[in-house]
Write a protein that binds this ligand. Structure first.
Ligand SMILES: [Zn+2]
Length: 307
C-alpha cells in the first residue's frame, strides 16, 4: 500500500509568511491559527517503515517533529526512517530543508543534474558529506526506483517528466529558455506491488494536451495551487508579478487548473504549493467553496492519503 503524508501544502514563505500582512497571514497569526501551514512537501512510503520525501522545505524540522512516522525508531540512538529526498526543482522552498538533515545519517538525494549542480555550486551544502549523503541524478522520462539505505529496493517507481515552468527565481538572470527541460519536474509515483499510482505536480505553468492525457484517470493528483487568479499578487499590492511570470498556473479562470483538469476522471484532486495570498485558504471563502465544489481539496499539514 502506498502511503502519502502531506507534510505541508503552502508555497514559499508558508502561512503566515514572516513579512506579510495580507488577509490570510493576518488571520493565521491571530484569530485563526488553524490556517497556519508549512511549505509544500510530501512523505511517501510503500512499507510504512521506510520513507522518501518529495522536496525538503525550509520547514522540514517542524514537519518532522509533527510526523511520528518520520521519527527515529524506538530504542535507536541514531536513526531516521527517511531513506531519500527527491527534488523536483531548484527553488529554495524545495531544497533548503536539506540543511536540517546534516547530522550524519545516510540518505540519497535524487534530482535532475541541473539541481544537483546548484547544490554543488553552493558550498554550504557540502555540510551534507557525499560519504553519507549520496547524490543521484534523475533523467526526464527515465523511471527509477529509489534505494533504501542498505541498497535494497523500496518498492516505489518514480517517473520524472518535464512540465511547463521556469527556472528558480534566483537563477533568472541566466540565459535560459522559459520551458528549459529539467527546471520543473512532475512525478508519477507508483507502488510496484499494487500498481496504484499518483501524480505530483507542485509547479506547472500550463496544462498541455500531453499533460492532460498523461494524468487522465489517475487515482490521485497533487497539483499547483499557487494563486487563485493570475494577477492576485498585483491586485493585493504584494508583488508586481503574475502567477504565470512565476511559472504557476492559476486555480480559476478559463485556462486555470480547475477548468483544465475537469472531466479527466481523476479520483482525488489536491492542491499543493498554495500561496498565502490565495483566498482559497479561507474555508468560508467563495473561492474555497468553488474549488471544493469542483472536487478539489486544500489539505492541512499532516493529511494522510492511502492508495
Ligand atoms: Zn500573506
Amino acid at each position: 500500500m502506498l502511503r502519502v503524508v502531506v507534510l505541508g501544502a503552502a508555497a514559499g514563505g508558508g502561512v503566515p509568511q514572516w513579512n506579510c500582512g495580507c488577509r490570510v497571514c493576518q488571520a493565521a497569526r491571530t484569530e485563526r491559527p488553524e490556517l497556519q501551514s508549512t511549505q509544500a512537501s510530501l512523505a511517501i512510503s510503500a512499507d510504512q517503515h521506510h520513507w522518501f520525501l518529495i522536496n525538503a522545505s525550509p520547514d522540514l524540522r517542524q514537519q518532522l517533529i509533527a510526523t511520528p512516522q518520520l521519527h527515529p525508531a524506538k530504542g535507536q540512538l541514531r536513526h531516521s526512517p527517511i531513506a531519500g529526498v527527491i527534488l523536483t526543482n531548484g527553488e529554495i522552498d524545495a531544497f533548503a530543508g536539506l540543511l536540517s538533515m546534516r547530522e550524519g545519517s545516510p540518505f540519497t538525494i535524487y534530482a535532475h543534474a541541473k539541481v544537483l549542480e546548484t547544490l554543488k555550486s553552493n558550498s554550504v551544502f557540502n555540510v551534507l558529506s557525499e560519504k553519507n549523503v549520496k547524490r543521484q541524478s534523475i533523467e526526464i522520462d527515465q523511471p527509477f526506483e529509489p534505494a533504501l539505505v542498505d541498497g535494497s529496493r523500496c518498492g516505489i517507481e518514480i517517473l520524472p517528466f518535464a512540465v511547463t515552468g521556469k527556472s528558480a527565481w534566483y537563477l533568472e538572470a541566466e540565459p535560459r529558455a522559459e520551458d528549459a527541460a529539467g527546471d520543473t519536474l512532475g512525478l508519477r509515483i507508483t507502488d510496484k506491488a499494487t500498481g496504484k499510482y499518483f501524480f505530483f505536480l507542485a509547479a506547472c505553468a500550463r496544462v498541455t494536451d500531453d499533460l492532460r492525457s498523461r494524468i487522465e484517470g489517475a487515482p490521485l493528483v497533487f497539483f499547483d495551487g499557487t494563486v487563485w487568479r493570475d494577477d492576485e499578487l498585483i491586485a493585493a499590492g504584494l508583488s508586481h508579478k503574475t502567477g504565470q511570470a512565476m511559472g504557476h498556473i492559476a486555480m480559476s479562470g478559463e485556462r486555470g487548473a480547475i477548468a483544465a483538469l475537469k472531466d479527466l476522471g481523476i479520483g482525488k484532486k489536491v492542491f499543493l504549493h498554495v500561496n498565502n495570498s490565495n483566498p482559497a485558504w479561507l474555508p468560508d471563502s467563495e473561492e474555497r467553496k468553488a474549488a471544493e465544489k469542483a472536487g478539489w481539496q486544500v489539505p492541512k499539514d499532516g493529511t494522510e492519503i492511502e492508495l
